[in-house]
Design a protein around this ligand. Structure first.
Ligand SMILES: *Cc1c(COP(=O)(O)O)cnc(C)c1O
Length: 230
């Protein structure tokens, strides 16, 4: 199957899952996880109608950006981020999905204010408590949201999670439901500098389940681009 055919299938699956949940498919952003795919393949996907690209590594993003890979699409950063790389992303990407510490928020704020802009971010929750994963424990979320008030150079726009890799699509439902709950509950509270607009969850194996649980951003790589060759 070509990238365009895969993309059409993924979009149709998202639309079906959204409609089944009584949601508007147009309000769900499909982000292509483009890691390990070169600029030509990314351009092919964008030309076929991929609305957004998400990269994991800053170096790879900068190289492919210089090659014009993302023209015509939104650019997001979805991988784990070191503080010393923040300066390359601020102002370049629409959204940094993977913010998991106050120190990282502080550096994003600093770089954004230097440039006179406000960087949108998501906070990454480690829903399953896996030691190997990035993100902070669900219990830490209120403190993270409260911390945003100190940082006028950023705005928290919602939550992101990467649940465990699993065999069955439904195995991650509890984590998706937990994120949805946190998203709704904390959206009702009034935190300075926070607006709960985006819930980023779901990958190739489980994006339909994520949509059924309320995701409005899904990050899909393999199902669009095929298996990555490492
Ligand atoms: C690679 C990646 C994805 C997509 O994974 P697939 O299983 O290939 O769809 C989503 N989110 C993040 C953070 C990723 O690194």
């Amino acid at each position: 199957m070509s990238i365009a055919e895969n993309l059409a299938l993924v979009k149709a699956n998202i639309a079906r899952a959204a409609e089944a949940a009584g949601r508007d498919p147009a309000k769900i952003l499909l982000i292509g996880a483009t890691k390990m795919n070169d600029a030509a393949r990314v351009r092919e996907a964008v030309a076929a109608g991929l609305p957004a690209c998400g990269e994991n590594r800053v170096q790879e993003l900068l190289e492919k950006h210089a090659q014009g890979a993302y023209e015509g699409a939104e650019l997001h950063f979805i991988g784990s981020l070191q503080r010393n790389k923040v300066k390359y992303l601020v102002g370049l990407v629409r959204l940094i999905h993977s913010v998991d510490s106050v120190e990282l928020m502080r550096e994003i704020d600093r770089q954004a204010r230097k440039r006179g802009l406000v960087q949108d971010i998501l906070l990454e929750v480690n829903a399953a408590g896996e030691a190997s994963k990035s993100g902070f424990a669900p219990e830490a979320l209120p403190d993270m949201l409260a911390a945003a008030a100190q940082f006028p150079g950023l705005r928290v726009r919602g939550l992101m999670t990467i649940p465990p890799i699993c065999a069955e699509e439904t195995e991650n439902l509890p984590y998706f439901l937990l994120l949805k709950q946190l998203f709704v509950d904390n959206g009702e509270k009034k935190y300075d500098n926070v607006s709960m607009d985006f819930l980023s969850m779901g990958m190739s194996g489980d994006y339909e389940a994520a949509v059924s649980c309320g995701a409005n951003m899904v990050r899909v790589g393999t199902a669009i681009f095929g298996r990555r060759v490492y």
